[in-house]
Design a protein around this ligand. Structure first.
Ligand code: HEC
Length: 154
């Protein structure tokens, strides 16, 4: 029965591919590249970040980090609406460096970005605290991936 055989082979491959990797170090391994374990978030920073997020970011990115409605649809002027900062968005695709840079210096005018610069309102520690709060809302996979690219782009 080839269908059953195919299923068994498929399952065997799936089990091979989805082996948990390097649990002994607690590190994160993606694409055969190991990085140290994901750093623990500092609860004081997360708390401060939550307050600052509500004050400065929630109006556009949503009180629950859900982003603007239809955030994937460009607006009439060609700019993009504010994306979610939770796991459903793409914030976790970017390194800490890029996210802090966008927060402090604003989005890229070349893309007609409507993301304002916050360097007059927030210092680096405050921007970092907001980022820690955002990270506290991600799932394990998003957290690990974002840590992995941040570590590899130090
Ligand atoms: C006036 C509305 C507005 C406010 C307020 C705002 N943003 Fe944004 N933000 C945007 C828009 C619109 C984009 C999408 C810009 C683009 O893609 O060109 C964006 C994009 C971003 C991005 C990059 C996109 C990504 O991958 O997630 C980051 C990071 C970000 N914002 C962080 C923040 C933080 C942190 C705050 C609060 C300190 C904040 N934003 C407040 C409108 C806003």
């Amino acid at each position: 029965m080839p269908a059953v055989l195919g299923l068994i082979v498929g399952l065997a491959i799936a089990i091979l591919i989805f082996q948990p990797v390097a649990p002994q170090t607690g590190g994160v391994v993606i694409n055969d590249t190991a990085v140290p374990p994901v750093p623990t978030l500092v609860s004081g920073n997360v708390g401060m970040g939550a307050t600052l997020y509500a004050q400065h970011c929630a109006s556009c990115h949503g009180p629950n980090l859900e982003g603007a409605a239809n955030w994937k649809q460009p607006l009439a002027d060609g700019s993009l609406p504010a994306p979610p900062h939770d796991s459903a968005g793409h914030t976790w695709h970017h390194t800490d460096g890029l996210l802090l840079n966008v927060t402090l210096n604003g989005g890229d005018p070349a893309f007609n970005s409507k993301m304002p610069a916050f360097r007059e309102k927030l210092n680096e520690d405050e921007a970092g605290a907001i980022l820690e709060f955002i990270k506290s809302k991600w799932g394990k996979d998003e957290r690990e991936f974002q840590w992995w690219i941040t570590y590899n782009n130090r």
